[in-house]
Design a protein around this ligand. Structure first.
Ligand SMILES: Nc1ncnc2c1ncn2[C@@H]1O[C@H](COP(=O)(O)OP(=O)(O)OP(=O)(O)O)[C@@H](O)[C@H]1O
Length: 252
């Protein structure tokens, strides 16, 4: 009896492990140029469920370009983008299961913060009850309650950044790409965002582009670093020294 129980437990453990670590998103041979200027050449990578990835590199190296090619906001010259939904290469932004949260806030001038959140919930087919619960959860976590009736144009940069992040978290997509999410946040807000990103890891795969090595170090399982000799992958403990060595230059 004990052996049967143990075997069943072992099988369940192995299945959970396989499901938990399955590949959510695969990029094959990504090639992107602007005119004759090649930004990314033949880059491939597999991203897994439940992991957070950090994109690190100097200004203008191509981090935003990669994220936008993945989610469909930019058309690569060549690439295969494969997710649980299948081959997304020919799907546009709305049909991909990948959400991109830009560092440049995009919003409707005539909708309040709260209305933006409800709009996202509507797009994602939340029930009234689910929407209420999810909006309360994120606004409480990120202390946004007092801004719910504000128009976004009246928000400070950090508060706007939190609104954009909540809109990303409310999406029910398995892949979330965050472009410079830590910009403009004071230390308290920064810690809250780090905490919530850490919790979101249970629900999805996240890819974060940032120059804030300390914040990335608190969160990421793997790092994709642009060095002088191309893109390297690193999964150890990261700090400024390690980043400088990988980039082959004094970066941070
Ligand atoms: N629409 C465009 N047309 C031409 N060149 C572009 C265009 N968009 C970006 N670039 C160039 O491509 C390169 C990569 O830009 P990208 O924004 O991806 O860099 P990044 O690594 O995200 O930079 P940062 O850290 O400053 O955000 C830059 O040199 C940029 O000038």
């Amino acid at each position: 009896m004990y052996e049967i129980k143990f075997s069943m437990f072992f099988i369940i453990f192995v299945i959970a492990k396989i499901v938990g670590e399955r590949i959510m998103l695969e990029i094959k041979n990504l090639y992107k140029s602007y005119g004759s200027r090649i930004i990314i050449e033949n880059w491939s990578y597999q991203f897994q469920n439940g992991k957070i990835y950090g994109l690190i590199g100097r200004n203008g190296i191509g981090k935003t370009t990669i994220l936008k090619c993945m989610c469909g906001l930019l058309i690569p010259n060549k690439a295969e983008i494969i997710s649980d939904k299948g081959d997304l290469s020919r799907e546009d932004y709305l049909n991909r299961d990948i959400i991109y949260v830009s560092d440049e806030p995009i919003y409707y001038h005539n909708l309040t913060v709260q209305e933006h959140f409800w709009l996202v919930c509507k797009v994602e087919n939340y029930t009234q009850e689910e929407a209420q619960k999810a909006i309360s959860f994120y606004t409480n976590k990120l202390h946004m309650q007092e801004y719910l009736n504000y128009y976004p144009s009246a928000l400070s940069k950090g508060t706007l950044q939190r609104m954009m992040l909540i809109m990303g978290f409310l999406r029910r997509k398995p892949n979330l790409l965050l472009d410079e999410p830590f910009n403009g946040l004071d230390p308290v807000q920064l810690e809250e965002i780090i905490q919530i990103c850490d919790e979101e890891r249970k629900k999805r795969c996240m890819i974060i582009s940032s120059h804030d090595i300390e914040s990335l170090a608190e969160l990421c399982d793997e790092y994709i670093v642009w060095g002088t000799n191309g893109i390297k992958v690193f999964s150890g403990k990261i700090d400024r020294k390690a980043v400088n060595q990988m980039i082959g230059d004094s970066y941070v």
